[in-house]
Design a protein around this ligand. Structure first.
Ligand code: ME8
Length: 517
């Protein structure tokens, strides 16, 4: 299959030491919208998410819960599967790093690196932050008032001294810089790209890639005193899931290199320095692109366990509605920037963009058709310039959305669709079909047809972001199940006059403040 016809998108695999919060849901949601968009656009998609279950941090959490690590990870990994269900994520696979397929894959990657002389045995003495599962140089640390050393991420570090295998990362600096230069789309947004390039330019040290002081990890082949560094283990999930180490497997050949690794800005270095270096060193191709999005805060505050203010996705969905939450997260902030969640802005989007703009448009059009056109798609007459203009903007949407999805500009994609929603609402007001009912019923039928056809386009194109509500909207327009992909956009898939329509129902209720009820 030609390269352009497939699409492989991944989320980070989440640590199971914590309950999922809205930050985790956000990353997976962005991938879900992309996966759905590409499927509707005719691509063969592989969408991967999963859980990162090894390492000292998870081992510590299991101990604190009084459980064996495997029992602990079995239990908490399930929370992430439940989240995927609750958020209507369409992932094709869910990988766990404790699975046999993954252990085999990590060990094979290790063997390849070892064989090529990229890994050597030495000993590590330095600072390690369990929370980040990352090594830090002395010069990166600051001293807290309690005398503890703190990493730039805010995590406490501890002194570690142990035998360790090292990956020769120091030899990959120039090759990485060349790779970034030759692949300008590899890392987005630009601010992150610049940050990574200047970090690599400042010089890379060899990377410790095994630990001996705990054993909750993938055993190093031929040296079972060592377990692999959890990031080497974790990153490898992206190739495990498409069949590595069998590089001749159809899934590997079809889907690797990945089109996109979506990550948060906290883990950009792991994905854009270590990962391409490991792959190139093993003679494998690096991914096409990494997008590092921004950070959500809650009402201006960093979300944390200790503050107890982490936004819980299930509770948000219950309070505001699933598609409302999905829409808000992708519309509210320019994708890539940090964003603040506030109840006020959530309600503003729900009641404005959804209830007033899109919901009201669909409801007005469908109920006028229901009352005045015999519950059928009306028969249009000749189109006026105004009709052609509105239809033209609906027909032209896909061509505008493709490049925006390709650059993960979800907010701009939604804004572009909502311009047509706004145009449609203005068109209804200008054409006043309710007044035409008496004076010119044939013209009323044309106006309502133009509107229904525009709503069909909007519903098809909004499916990646709000799949449930748009399914209902397309049901209300009696669009057949096999005519809901992007191939059905434009005149060829146009609504057929005379098609019976079900009774319309409102899709986006207004949020009424609890105190005002
Ligand atoms: O880092 N805002 O896992 P993790 C936005 N296991 N996104 C957020 C967020 C917030 N406040 N908080 C978390 C790990 N995220 C490793 C990854 S991949 C090979 C291994 C999202 O459970 C964001 O995507 O700490 C971030 O990068 C990820 O959760 C970190 O998840």
């Amino acid at each position: 299959m030609a390269e352009a016809e497939r699409y492989y998108v991944t989320t980070p695999i989440y640590y199971v030491n914590d309950a999922p919060h809205i930050g985790h849901a956000y990353t997976t949601l962005a991938c879900d919208a992309l996966a759905r968009f590409m499927r509707l656009d005719g691509r063969s998609v592989h969408f991967l998410t999963g859980t990162d279950e090894h390492g000292q941090k998870v081992e510590k959490s299991a101990k604190a819960a009084g459980m064996a690590p495997k029992d602990f990870t079995d239990k908490v990994s399930q929370n992430f599967r439940d989240l995927a269900k609750a958020m209507n994520f369409s992932n094709d696979d869910f990988i766990r790093t404790t699975e046999e397929r993954h252990i085999k894959s990590c060990q094979e990657l290790w063997r390849r690196l070892k064989e090529r002389g990229e890994i050597y045995l030495g000993s590590y003495a330095g600072w390690y932050a369990v929370r980040d599962e990352a090594y830090y140089g002395e010069e990166e640390l600051t001293l807290a008032p309690n005398g503890k050393r703190i990493a730039p991420s805010g995590a406490e570090v501890e002194w570690v001294e142990e035998p360790s295998y090292f990956f020769k990362l120091s030899q990959w600096g120039d090759k990485l810089l060349k790779f970034y230069e030759e692949n300008p789309l590899f890392l987005a947004p630009d601010s992150r790209r610049n940050e990574v390039i200047s970090f690599v330019k400042s010089g890379l040290r060899d990377l410790s890639v095994s630990r001996t002081t705990f054993n909750w990890g993938v055993p190093v082949p031929d040296d079972p005193d060592h377990v692999m560094y959890v990031w080497l283990d974790a990153l490898t999930n992206y190739i495990t899931a498409v069949g590595f180490p069998d590089v001749s497997a159809p899934s590997y050949r079809k889907f690797w290199p990945a089109d996109l690794h979506m990550v948060g800005k906290d883990i950009v270095r792991f994905h854009t320095i270590y990962w391409p270096a490991f792959l190139m060193a093993a003679g494998l191709q690096p991914p096409h692109r990494v997008f590092a999005h921004g950070w959500w805060t809650n009402e201006g505050q960093k979300m944390s366990k200790s503050l107890g203010n982490a936004l819980e996705p299930h509770a948000m969905v219950e309070r505001y509605g699933l598609d409302q939450v999905r829409y808000f997260l992708l519309r509210e902030i320019p994708f890539g920037n940090d964003g603040d969640f506030s109840h006020r802005s959530m309600v503003h989007r729900m009641n404005g963009d959804l209830a007033n703009d899109l919901g009201n448009l669909a409801q007005r059009v469908l109920s006028m058709i229901n009352k005045n056109c015999g519950e059928q798609v009306p028969q249009p007459g000749a189109f006026t310039d105004a009709d052609r203009k509105l239809l033209g903007s609906a027909y032209g949407l896909l061509a505008k959305l493709r490049p925006l999805f390709a650059e993960q500009a979800f907010h701009r994609a939604l804004e572009t669709i909502w311009q047509v929603v706004g145009d449609s609402n203005r068109y209804v007001d200008e054409q006043a079909p309710w007044a035409l009912k008496k004076t010119d019923p044939a013209r009323m039928a044309t106006v309502l047809y133009v509107l229904a056809e525009t709503v069909r386009h909007i519903a098809i194109l909004v499916q990646p972001v709000m799949p449930d509500s748009m399914t209902k909207m397309l049901d209300q327009l009696a669009v057949p199940a096999d005519a809901r992909s992007f191939a059905a956009l434009g005149e060829d898939g146009a609504l057929k006059a005379g098609t019976s329509l079900p009774k319309p129902e409102g899709l986006f209720p207004r949020y009424v403040e609890e105190t005002a009820q």
